[in-house]
Design a protein around this ligand. Sequence first.
Ligand code: PLZ
Length: 447
Amino acid sequence: MSENPTGGPQLPQERRLVTAIPGPISQELQQRKTTAVARGVGTMLPVYVVAAGGGVVVDADGNSLIDLGSGIAVTTVGNSAPRVSSAVAEQVAAFTHTCFMITPYDGYVEVAEALNRITPGSHDKRSVLFNSGAEAVENAVKIARAHTKRQAVAVFDHAYHGRTNLTMAMTAKNMPYKHGFGPFAAEVYRAPLSYPFRDSGVDGAEAARRAVDVIEKQVGAENLAAVVIEPIQGEGGFIVPAQGFLPALAEWCRANDVVFIADEVQTGFARTGELFACDHEGVVPDLIVTAKGIAGGLPLAAVTGRAEIMDAPHVGGLGGTYGGNPIACAAALAVIETIESEGLVARARAIGKLMHERLTAIQAADPRIGEVRGRGAMMAVELVKPGSTEPDADLTKALAAAAHAQGLVVLTCGTYGNVLRFLPPLSIPDHLLTEALDVLEQIFKDT
Ligand code: PLZ
């Protein structure tokens, strides 16, 4: 088939629409969903998937859509990437679960060793594995509290850290994540972010001073266990902070014995054109939280960090029945091998260059695109009323709906719901990416 070495099932790498989107079979399944699945779980683009790989998602009606979402930045190496599929099959045949806390296995240790090797910084590290991003963020906070013997946690405007009780408190946006679900966990404080499009003129150092000022005056460094930040915000709007912001925050944390935690759940594993987004500015976090892209779609998450911090909790203080499940660990090792042997960090950069060039050209002809931003295969456009920074969520919805109807899996995000984001799998062939951008260009003209 394809120019696509990371494979997936041998699916034709094409956009093919044979019914309206969603088609009749998907519509029928969606009807069943309504009566069987709790309403709280939304479905953004209800085409029911039967296969996916390379750069396409194939639905039950036979439509083949171009994947610009990767299941929210998860299938970075591709869906059913060959190494992942065979590693998983082999592990399933050997054993599926023993619980690492009861009778351990080497896959868990190997994943920990790999994470200790590839995450930023060459210091002595330890890792611990969990099932989801939110669970890992919670545990990073537990570890920081155990180490510092302090309780407060600082997070940022527009942050997204998950849907569990503590991570809801850490997440900024009320609707849909928090509304009606309080009371929320205590000792979580919010600081202003660097958001270049919306604070023009404020450079990274100044934005960091602004955040530190809030933290020092409203919390007090001596009460603060951790600063938790996404190096590029995901759900909050693909906000890349001004250069110097992250290094200055990390520096302040070091000077005040505050644990600096990078939430790289969405940005990790080659997504941004570096293995981790912190690498773009040489920032070395004390703890790094990973999930999503770590295991090609199997549920796995991790906290990795300085040995002396990671080892603060007592024996038995960390764990969980499924954390570091052997199948997920086998997948993770195959993902890391795929990234390294197929040069996927460079591939993410090439994808980013192509997307940025094309989106910037679309922007030049369309004043509703306030900004094109992102890094690597994590790119977005922020949509506004022309000549202003006033968010245009309705336009964003209309563009996303048009893209879906044309067979593109695109996602939206942003505190104001006005960001269209692109997260293609790194296994997408160039011709599909180019076609997706052609379609987008036309959609911007027509909408
Ligand atoms: N931290 C930075 O992006 C998950 C959530 C989608 P889980 N983002 C997608 C939704 O509507 O639930 C995320 C993230 C960052 C933490 C998380 C949480 O990861 O694996 O979803 O728990």
